[in-house]
Write a protein that binds this ligand. Sequence first.
Ligand SMILES: Nc1nc2c(ncn2[C@@H]2O[C@H](COP(=O)(O)OP(=O)(O)OP(=O)(O)O)[C@@H](O)[C@H]2O)c(=O)[nH]1
Ligand SMILES: [Mg+2]
Length: 374
Amino acid sequence: MALNCGIVGLPNVGKSTIFSALSGAPAEAANYPFCTINPNVGIVNVPDKRLAVLTELFKPERTIPAAVEFVDIAGLVKGASRGEGLGNQFLSHIREVGVIAQVVRCFEDADIVHVNNKVDPESDMETINIELALADLDTLAKRRDRAERALKVQAKTEQKAAGTVLAALDKIGPALETGKPARSVSLSEEEKAAVYDCHFITLKPQLYVCNVDEEGIRSAAAGKDTAHVAAVKKRAAAEGSEAVVICGKFEAELADIKELLEKMAFLEELGLKEPGLDSLAHAAYRLLGLSTFFTAGADECRAWTIRAGDSAPKAAGVIHTDFEKGFIKAEVYSYDDIVQYGAEAKIKEAGKYRVEGKEYIVRDGDVMFFKFNV
Ligand SMILES: Nc1nc2c(ncn2[C@@H]2O[C@H](COP(=O)(O)OP(=O)(O)OP(=O)(O)O)[C@@H](O)[C@H]2O)c(=O)[nH]1
Ligand SMILES: [Mg+2]
């Protein structure tokens, strides 16, 4: 699975605005549909309080956060799966990402064109989800043809493989036909592997991003939902997906402020503790199945990204391939240990400083030091 998050939604709902605020990368955002044609790619830092605490303790020369890639994709309209709008081009870009963030317009602003001339999150989500399901049905039909041909002419082992493909497609097809995502179907590991090459869009984890106005932000800060946000959350809950609330316009202004105190004052004015974008970066990171370990020292404190479940040598390999090849052992303690004991020496005294070997599965929040030879 690609380790990135694609931003999708109807045209002109604020995808590029949110992307720019997130990544600091310029992306053209303008008040007309299909402003974006080619996808914009940007690297987004994943905010992590733990890294700030480590920096406070180690006072390193530099601090480097974990990052995740976001891709801002062209708007999708009804009929895209049949080539409407930017149609197929758009869909191929979505096929390449690991997870999907669907931006839903929840802001009222008569000056900003809505492609259906009405702010209606429920109908917008339905439009997008149906197009994604139709695109997958198209892929499914092609794959089925291929598997059926293989059944007739190929050797026994290939026939067996084609049988597994068909069994998976028989489960996915009826779901897609009723507008349900492929991810709602329960497949065996073997079936999942068999249809991996289809890159079904609706098999990817999805989260919803409510792009709200100032009223929406104030309501969210007060723990309440506007009717539009409630509609998105209802759908998300029914699918077992997450929904985050963001005001694209406000986040864009906030991202432009470099002075931290000024930033905090701006946030406070709206009753917020942290930028809404942080929750989006965190949600994408989690849905991608990523996990963080740290290296900490006087020269550098750094958060590194691994897949949840990776072993110690794999984690070492993220730093340098030589570290993985020549891996001997890892010295490990947890972030919670350093918070509790305040210094590495104290962790050692308490007997919490561990030495782990090749089989060790790295846990989120481990602070690691690798021993290797090359
Ligand atoms: N009022 C308001 N306007 C917004 C908000 N977010 C984006 N906009 C405006 O909406 C218009 C469209 O924003 P874009 O970010 O270009 O939208 P997009 O979804 O990338 O559009 P396409 O690339 O055409 O699909 C711009 O004029 C933005 O300034 C918001 O939260 N509130
Ligand atoms: Mg755009």
